[in-house]
Design a binder for this molecule. Structure first.
Ligand code: FE2
Ligand code: FE2
Length: 287
């Protein structure tokens, strides 16, 4: 009953995002816009089940425990390309032939950013942005690695997809966490909020010493759709956060809308990307 891995493929969450946020330049955009409610009603059962688990279990206590467990970065040391190959072990159960290897999603995103003429730091943000999914290899359940992220410690916004599932979250019934502000002060800044645990926050801490602030914002908040797409939690944002969120939104199109691009020739592309990696990162970093 309580299957911890409802998604047959970790990427089904991101594929589902495409239903919610269709590519404005893609074929879905020609269809009449589906209301948010219809979106939820039409989600496949595994995706619904995934959100049910995510919304029930992401609590302040859980997030604090995971931060304590992982943010000391004492698990291993490896370089960026090595981490890309390490992540590539992640192969899902269903349709391994149809499954895009993780390394190719990273390269598709990064190559699209490169083709758009963006600077090296922006290209690198694309190359690394999902490396935090190695949490799955270390045994974290899907609902603690992917999925939309959102603040814990204050009232769960109704603009979070499948909001109704928060009824089963123990924090929803705790007075100190259930108010509009919860444990935070108005205007405290996005970086001060404890976000639900996942691949974004983890990777942000791994690469923080090496990339500029807009790249770190893209990495840290790319799954925070309630904030960067739905405009929720504005009461906590600073003007500087709003500038950074413009970068996050700019990045989002490369992340979401490149998945159907041509397969990547990993060997042929490696020299270019290794050059960029070597200019911005040491040979090994702490994970
Ligand atoms: Fe991601
Ligand atoms: Fe991604």
């Amino acid at each position: 009953m309580d299957d911890p891995r409802p998604l047959a493929d970790l990427d089904h969450w991101e594929e589902d995002l495409l239903r919610r946020y269709p590519d404005p330049a893609g074929p879905e955009a020609a269809k009449p816009a589906a209301a948010f409610r219809d979106y939820a009603a039409e989600a496949r059962p595994s995706v619904r089940r995934f959100y049910e688990l995510n919304h029930r279990h992401q609590t302040v206590d859980f997030v604090r425990a995971k931060r304590a467990e992982y943010l000391g970065l004492s698990r291993m040391r490896m370089g960026i390309w090595q981490a890309m190959e390490y992540l590539n072990q992640l192969v899902d159960d269903s349709d391994p032939d149809l499954d895009l290897p993780q390394i190719e999603h990273l390269l598709q995103t990064a190559e699209a950013i490169r083709a758009a003429g963006k600077p090296e730091w922006y290209q690198l943000a694309g190359l690394v942005h999902d490396l935090g999914k190695i949490l799955c290899i270390w045994g974290e359940p899907q609902w603690a690695v992917v999925g939309d992220t959102f603040p814990v410690g204050c009232r769960f916004s109704e603009r979070i997809v499948f909001h109704e599932y928060f009824a089963a979250n123990p924090d929803a019934g705790r007075e100190e966490y259930a108010s509009e502000l919860g444990i935070y002060a108005p205007g405290c800044g996005l970086g001060e909020l404890l976000l639900s645990w996942g691949h974004d926050e983890y990777l942000y801490h791994v690469v923080r010493p090496y990339l500029p602030e807009p790249a770190l914002a893209m990495i840290r908040w790319h799954s925070c759709y309630p904030v960067h797409r739905e405009g929720a939690y504005d009461r906590f944002l600073t003007d500087h956060d709003r500038e950074l969120l413009a970068w996050v939104r700019d990045f989002n199109r490369f992340d979401l809308y490149t998945k159907r691009d041509a397969r990547m020739d990993v060997g042929a592309l490696r020299p270019y990307w290794q050059g960029l990696i070597d200019r911005h990162f040491p040979a090994e970093i702490a994970w």
